[in-house]
Design a protein around this ligand. Sequence first.
Ligand code: MN
Length: 196
Amino acid sequence: MSLTAYKKKRDFKQTAEPKGEVKKKEKTLIFVVQRHKASRLHYDFRLEMQGVLKSWAVPKGPSLNPQDKRLAMMVEDHPYSYKDFEGVIPEGNYGAGIVEVWDSGTVTDLDQSDIKIAEKNLLNGLKAGNLKFTLKGKKLKGEFALVKFKNAENNAWLLIKHRDKYAVDEDYNSEKHTPKNSPINKALASAKKKSK
Ligand code: MN
């Protein structure tokens, strides 16, 4: 999998985002959800496969309620090292704004297989447009699916929580699961003050 699109969009003399030449060797695959205040606030949902992070922009953020089907627009692969990226992307650059890690942990297939089998199953799901996986994060836990819209020309998928012991029935708003003093929330609060 290639990072050409990722690199093309960015000027690494200007942004502190990783160039992504490094790749680790761990016994688990990772996931990360980054909250990103760009022109619009959204969440970037990333799953490790074949040394890169397959990525979706989720406008409303993930949900633990199985009744929610959250739109997830597939975007360019990001480098593995992006999992730790937090900070400011300067004005005038692609995705200018602030990035903070909202949740992170490991991802496997539904059987929670060893890394090689899990990765194969994830890749097959990705290709089929029906990707099922298990997350072990701090906020996101249990089984989820990413399902691609049929006959869609664009990259629209839906992110859905499976019904399991981690699922909830009440409304789930990822914003409410974000610390009030997070870097983005602090920046939003001070911008609000200034505009008064
Ligand atoms: Mn983003």
